[in-house]
Design a protein around this ligand. Sequence first.
Ligand code: NAI
Length: 650
Amino acid sequence: MGGSINVVTVIGAGAMGHGIAQVAAMAGYRVNVVDVSEDVLEKALERIRWSLGKLMEKGRIKQEDVASTLSRLKLTTSIEEACKEADLVIEAVFEDVEVKRNALRKADAAAKDAKVIGTNTSSIPINELASFVSRPERFLGLHFFNPPQMMQLVEIIRGEKTSDEALKAAQDFVRTLGKTQVLVKRDVPGFIVNRILSRIFEVACYLVQKQKYSILQLDSATKYRAGFPMGVFELADFVGLDVAYNVTKVISQRDKRFRDVQLLREHVERGEYGVKSGKGFYDYSKGGRPEIPADLGRDVDLTYVLVPALNEAARLMEEGYASSDDVDIAMKLGTNLPKGIFGYAAELTVDKVRQVLSELEPDLGEGYRPVPYLLKLLSKGPVTDKEYQEIAVKREPPIGWIVLNRPHRLNTITPRMTEELEDAVEKLSADREIRVLVITGEGGRAFSAGADITAFSEILGMENKVQAAYRFSWRFTEVLLKLERCPKPVIAAIDGFALGGGMEIALACDFRLASDRSELGQPEIRLGLIPGAGGTQRLTRLLGPSKAKLVIYFGDRIKAKDAEALGMVDKVLPSERFIESVREFASRLAEMPPIGLEHAKAAINAALDVPIEKGLLIESALFGQLFATKDLAEGVSAFFSKRKPEFKGE
Ligand code: NAI
């Protein structure tokens, strides 16, 4: 649990409140839930029970977790009662200023010792709501996404008067929930996700009204060509047109750079709310999802939708509301845009951006003036301030860290990640200041949960699937061969899942250090597959055939301790100080003579492949070669003078 926070109070037990309460109780907090009637509370509890049941069915939690989570929840109809012991309060009542004023006033008076009072509002400015509490320094936005049990993102919004302490307490709290947070550094209508999404709805509706494109054309283009999880209009129907309209309305009332979205308003006025009312942009009276032909959007110029969204994203950075990383993470996790938002800039030019925006600005207003930051980024080439997108490299000589960096997808492996990994291994291998490589995963939940399965479904849809799958497997294998042959020691630092392809990366490393909460395995068989990047070969060499068969035939997730007993893991380390322990291990290795290590690695790896006489010959040859190194002279002289040797790798 998060530092000094033990008791959490959630006000409002509706769609969001019940989910937030559940997530907090699952993380170990005592949670008070308050709503206006016993009836509503009973329904909320039913929803929580249902959701916990589902999580248990999927094996994500155990029977005893269900019972303990439920035992930490307390339901009441009295705000005073619910708040009096609270360390942190989250308000999730109706999206209505008056209702929120009333709830926040009472909560503020009752929650005397709370360090944080947060609101889950999706559109009302935090500074406006802060005026309803007596101590605005402990007030901020804690914006969860629907459904909170499943959605990984929380936007934390700092109000004008929010103190550093309250912000830190809220950030620590969200971390303990296992969620990914982004920081909105200053209040801005719509925050990140809803603001950019509103821009997309605004321009898409405009293009339809101007009859530039039809709804189906735009949905087909955004879904099949831009890779949105659904078409834009389909998405609006799923969100609820009333909800979507309300967000755009609240933003446009407070920010003159946004317009009232007429097409959304008209649907709402006709009572067409999307999926929930049976009709929106599409008809849902017979259930199912709209049929959107894949080729209908072929001729749509997608830049008309994407440029305004990118411009808005650039504004958030230019005006200091959020960092570019946070904007991208928010769009990936909040709307499931696979590339985030800046990924779409790769093929744009300054001229194209200017042309599209100058066409839209006369009708849609100043929000469509190009933001200088976007033009600046585009003129420098693709919009990314980093060398890599799916990994990160941290030089901390003598240690070089490679971080698998798709935390929103448990660091699953894509072709791009494989290429970036190869590049990073090459660069760090050649980097003279780096003596040891450590590979690890971002996000605190996984080293890597395997290949991104969407790649498999794509391949299944291909005509030449056998050849495509072979290439996919062989390319990954080539990169892992390179990793295995890296002249420096490589450590896989596993904190969380190392499954499938993730396990195979770890197998190509010299050592596997795992935190005690990690789970490892080769679950491919459960999909009807076998490991495809060395699992059958390296695991067999490591464990022997019968243990490798146990791991691969059953495809179980194996706990770190058991994996250690099998030999898949070299050391299990306590998760609380995992990275420190890995760093200590790596630092000790880094004190060893680099050329000696390189030769030892080559000789040991050869032992697995060649007959013993040849292996012994290799050993002797490499042994001999070391007599040409200065490190050997240093080692021998230090030995005789009883001091610690200083190896230079020469
Ligand atoms: P909801 O209508 O499902 O639930 C609101 C709950 O608050 C109701 O159960 C209501 O009885 C209760 N309530 C109203 N006044 C109250 C009071 N004075 N004291 C205690 N309880 C009271 O609404 P929903 O969707 O859960 O939204 C809640 C908040 O979360 C809103 O601010 C909304 O903008 C925001 N939000 C909603 C999302 C969504 O997709 N539904 C996503 C993210 C944020």
